[in-house]
Ligand binder design. Structure first.
Ligand code: CUA
Length: 434
């Protein structure tokens, strides 16, 4: 130091005193805030497990992360209180007192024992934290070949799931299951995910069940999930992937093993054939006649392979849109931002879950396994509004899409300018797809 306090003009001395008071106030404020944040209620109030919190683990993998967070937080809290408290104490103890303006405190700069101490102590603390972090990471990344195998693929802006039901290493052999938006898993069973992407980089994250894993085109990133209790666990794409990144949600429904088995058995079936002369049958014709069937697949309707040139058999559906074979067994659609099912508006009783409130996941009830959805009813208004103008419901492109050879390069579902009659018929058909 080149100047000692007695050299300072009175104005600067007063400023230093003011600065010390601000510092002490800041320390007290920060410590109070940290303790407030440590209480769960302050962070997410009375909200339930549907919310995106990492602090309320519902499975063994999420729990192992939480078991790491708690002690690290405790160590960090001790370090924090020690450092901030130390600064506060020193600022107070050695504050500029008017009476001893001519006294300048002894300086500790360069004292070897102190230098070694404050180099070693943080190194030891960080090394300890590091060892446990790496051990947890190794554990979370252990392959689980015996687990249920699911390929997860991200697309602008929804998630698709292929289940290797027969465990033969292929996700598309006969008997395997394809679904979208909602991942159905049995409680207490490990599920091994193979995360990938069909277009840009996304990130798969179900906070209550595990950390996040990036979905990168051309890469297969293994990840695991396990839910220890039945429930609906919300997820969100966490890698910016275009205009509707925020609308790229998904959820996990953890159900008892027998319900899972019933779900798989129902998903393996081809689509329900609408009754002759019904409105649903007209809807099926709209599906086939309009552009729907060039992107969406309905197993048993437009999955036939057509023999083209040189005898090559190919499916005519691009598959860039969610599989609709069992659309009405899901609770949500369009990247899980709208509810397919909600409470019956004609009854007083609220079964929990509001069709109009997109923050709550729609509940398909018994329709999950192909049965009756009661007490929940199909959310006609939401599905109709979607079919009327999808880009309005879920923004897809900020600028007019590029047109190549007369075809606009679309992302997300385009507006097909369907008539109200066609929309009603399509809804009638979608409703039957359990
Ligand atoms: Cu997909 Cu963000």
């Amino acid at each position: 130091m080149s100047s000692s306090p007695q050299d300072l003009p009175p104005r600067i001395s007063a400023f230093r005193k003011w600065l010390q008071r601000v510092l002490v106030a800041l320390v007290i404020f920060t410590i109070t805030l940290v303790f407030l944040l440590m209480t769960k209620e302050f962070i997410w109030g009375g909200r339930t497990s549907h919310q995106l919190t990492t602090l309320d683990p519902k499975g063994s993998f999420a729990q192992s992360i939480q078991d790491l967070v708690n002690p690290v937080f405790a160590v960090a809290a001790v370090v924090f209180v020690g450092v901030i408290g130390g600064i506060g104490f020193i600022a107070w103890k050695f504050r500029d007192k008017d009476e001893d303006d001519d006294h300048f405190p002894v300086q500790l700069h360069g004292k070897t024992s102190f230098e070694i101490g404050w180099t070693l102590l943080p190194a030891v603390v960080l090394a300890a934290v590091g060892v446990f972090t790496v051990l947890t990471l190794i554990d979370l990344n252990k392959p689980a070949p015996e687990a249920i195998q699911v390929e997860v693929y991200g697309q602008q802006w929804w998630w698709g799931f292929h289940y290797d039901v027969d465990h033969d290493g292929s996700f598309t052999s006969p008997g395997d299951v394809t679904t979208a938006t909602e991942l159905i898993i049995p409680v207490g069973r490990e599920v091994e995910l193979h995360v990938t992407s069909n277009d840009v980089i996304h990130s798969f994250w179900i906070p209550a069940l595990n950390g996040k894993r990036d979905a990168v085109p051309g890469q297969n990133h293994p990840w695991k999930l396990e839910a220890s209790e039945p429930g609906v666990y919300r997820g969100q794409c966490t890698e910016f992937c275009g205009l509707s990144h925020a609308n790229m949600r998904m959820l996990v429904r953890a159900v008892p093993q027998d319900e899972y088995d019933a779900w798989v058995a129902n998903q393996q079936k081809t689509a329900v054939e609408p009754a002759k002369g019904s409105e649903a049958e007209l809807g099926k014709n709209v599906f086939l006649g309009q552009l729907c069937s060039s992107c969406h697949l309905i197993n048993g309707v437009n999955n036939e392979k057509v023999e083209g040139e040189k005898g090559v058999k190919a499916q005519l559906v691009s598959g860039i849109a969610p599989d609709l074979t069992h659309f009405a067994t899901r609770g949500t659609f369009a990247g899980s931002i709208f509810n397919i099912y909600g409470p019956d508006p004609s009854t007083e009783a609220d079964p929990g879950g509001d069709a109009a409130d997109v923050s709550l996941p729609g509940n398909p009830g018994g329709a999950l396994v192909g049965g009756d959805s009661a007490p929940y009813v199909f959310n006609d208004p939401a599905v109709e509004a979607w079919l009327r103008n999808p880009p309005k419901m879920k923004p897809a492109y900020a600028i007019t899409p590029t047109v190549v050879a007369g075809v606009p390069l679309l992302r997300g579902m385009p507006n097909l300018n369907l008539s109200e009659t066609q929309i009603d018929q399509l809804v009638a058909y979608l409703k039957t797809l359990k």
